[in-house]
Design a protein around this ligand. Structure first.
Ligand SMILES: *[C@@H]1O[C@H](CO)[C@@H](O)[C@H](O)[C@H]1NC(C)=O
Ligand SMILES: *[C@@H]1O[C@H](CO)[C@@H](O)[C@H](O)[C@H]1NC(C)=O
Ligand SMILES: *[C@@H]1O[C@H](CO)[C@@H](O)[C@H](O)[C@H]1NC(C)=O
Length: 469
């Protein structure tokens, strides 16, 4: 017996689940609907992703730095021409100056040429992207028409539900409308998924000099200093530093114009309160670092220029006795790693009584700073190359090869849970990352990598990176 049934697809489930009776009834299913074209949805998703990846902020940075460069060069040229006019006595000096100005003009011309091609490229890029986005939109409209099974709509609804659920979870018992004071964790972005980049990569003001150092931006800046960036270079023996160098913007840091310049802790280097080791952070207008020759965290207030400090527990390893390492080498004077996240300042270190395992303590911003709650981990500090904090979770990296570092470990301070299988990779621009810190203002990771300043974007679950919902 042959029986034709025309069924909507949802009924298939019930049909196949029924036990076939002994006299072998055969059903043939003919669906009036065409199957949903999943491959098309996948293609649209992939195109959208590639759009996001093509428009990087690096392109705007390039434009930005070129403009800044021109801005600096033009007044210089004007000044030189004025000098020449004033001093040209038709001698060798005049000829020389003329030659210099010619060179300068040529360079400026080159910059203008580059600026022109960059803008043309950007224009082309955005036209291209607009067209691609238009195509994706059409494709999605088509798919929606096809979507008689409501696949896409359900997926959307699920995604929204999931987001609400996560928000609920993060916010405790409160409804999805975000409360002003979430309980415990101050992290609105959900789970740490991945990182992309480098977004910014620059040698800055001193290309190739100062292998050890740190850079970043203050997550809690004073009013008017929101776009300021800072850099600390270990200028003495690759170990010590005695000033913070400030830049009024990221572009200024890239082209190397330091205004307002240095804020000095002390004219001598090293001496009491000198910065020791590269893993320093700037927070609320103060630099937190390992004080010279001490198992203590120093805080240098850039406004009052005063230093206060906080002693770490007895047994804390210092003076390069508890460094970050990989198989080939240890990074000297990395005993203390200062870190910032949404909740403030942290210090990562180790002690003799903890057998060299990582310890994490909150640094309370009181006057003087105090040691807050401490967490013990089971990861050995010398098997780690660096650490950072994001949303109350400690992350540790290890060296894979000269191009790749892996975020392999995490420790959640809310649950006390450790994870040795994080498996997120960092594309390096050079072999050694000497400092690594998370910026809660823009969810960037700032790395100082063999004299280069590099940043990566952290992708969280709820940041809307997952096209198309
Ligand atoms: C800028 O680039 C366009 C297209 O490449 C070219 O036609 C134009 O002459 C350039 N302008 C200058 C000032 O170089
Ligand atoms: C993380 O991003 C990289 C490159 O952007 C990608 O190759 C990798 O598959 C991603 N990993 C995960 C777990 O999503
Ligand atoms: C730094 O000093 C200034 C002036 O004394 C003070 O107002 C500010 O609160 C201090 N900042 C920190 C982080 O202690």
């Amino acid at each position: 017996m042959k029986m034709y049934v025309i069924l909507p697809l949802w009924a298939l489930f019930t049909v196949t689940q029924q036990k076939v009776p002994s006299d072998n009834c055969l059903c043939e299913l003919i669906s009036s609907d065409k199957p949903f074209p999943y491959d098309k949805l996948k293609t649209a998703q992939d195109s959208a992703l590639s759009c996001t990846n093509t428009i990087t902020s690096q392109k705007t940075f390039a434009l930005d730095s070129l403009l800044l460069g021109l801005n600096r060069r033009l007044p210089q040229l004007e000044h030189d021409v004025a000098m020449l006019e004033k001093e040209d006595d038709r001698t060798l000096y005049g000829a020389l100056s003329l030659h210099i100005i010619e060179n300068e003009l040529a360079e400026i011309q080159q910059m203008i040429y580059k600026l022109n091609s960059t803008t043309t490229e950007s224009k082309h890029l955005s036209e291209n992207m607009a067209q691609q986005l238009e195509n994706i939109k059409k494709e999605m409209d088509e798919l929606e028409k096809f979507d008689t099974m409501q696949v896409v709509k359900r997926q959307q609804a699920n995604q929204r539900l999931k987001r609400d659920l996560d928000q609920c979870r993060n916010n405790g018992v409160h409804p999805p409308n975000r409360p002003t004071q979430p309980t415990g964790r101050t992290c609105p972005h959900g789970r740490f998924l991945n990182i992309t980049g480098p977004r910014v990569q620059t040698a800055g003001e001193y290309p190739g000099s100062y292998k050890y150092g740190a850079w970043g931006r203050d997550p809690k800046p004073e009013p008017g200093k929101e776009s300021w960036h800072w850099r600390v270079m270990l200028t003495s023996s690759n170990r010590y530093a005695h000033y913070v160098r400030l830049y009024s913007s990221l572009s200024s840091l890239i082209v190397g114009i330091s205004v307002p310049g240095n804020v000095q802790i002390h004219p001598s280097n090293p001496t009491t309160n000198t910065i020791q080791g590269p893993n320093v952070v700037l927070y609320a207008g103060a630099l937190y670092y390992n004080c010279y020759n001490k198992d203590a965290v120093c805080r240098f207030n850039l406004t009052s220029k005063s230093v206060t400090s906080l002693d770490l527990p007895k047994g804390t390893r210092y003076n390069s006795k508890g460094d970050f390492c990989h198989l080939e080498e240890c990074y000297p004077y990395t005993d203390l790693d200062l870190a910032t996240d949404e909740s403030g300042v942290w210090v990562i270190y180790t002690t003799t009584q903890d057998f060299g395992n990582l310890l994490l303590s909150k640094v309370e911003e009181s006057e003087p700073p105090k040691l807050g709650k401490t967490w013990r981990t089971s990861v050995y500090k010398r098997s780690v190359t660096n650490t950072f904090m994001a949303c109350g979770v400690l992350y540790a990296t290890r060296y894979v090869n000269k191009n790749m570092e892996e975020i392999f470990y995490s420790f959640d301070t809310m649950t006390g849970k450790e994870n040795f299988n994080v498996g997120i990779f960092i594309n390096k621009v050079s072999s050694d990352i000497l400092s690594l810190n998370y910026s809660p203002v823009d969810q960037m990771l700032h790395a100082y990598c063999d004299a280069q300043m590099v940043s990566y974007k952290v992708l969280f679950e709820l940041m809307g990176n997952n096209f198309p919902y």
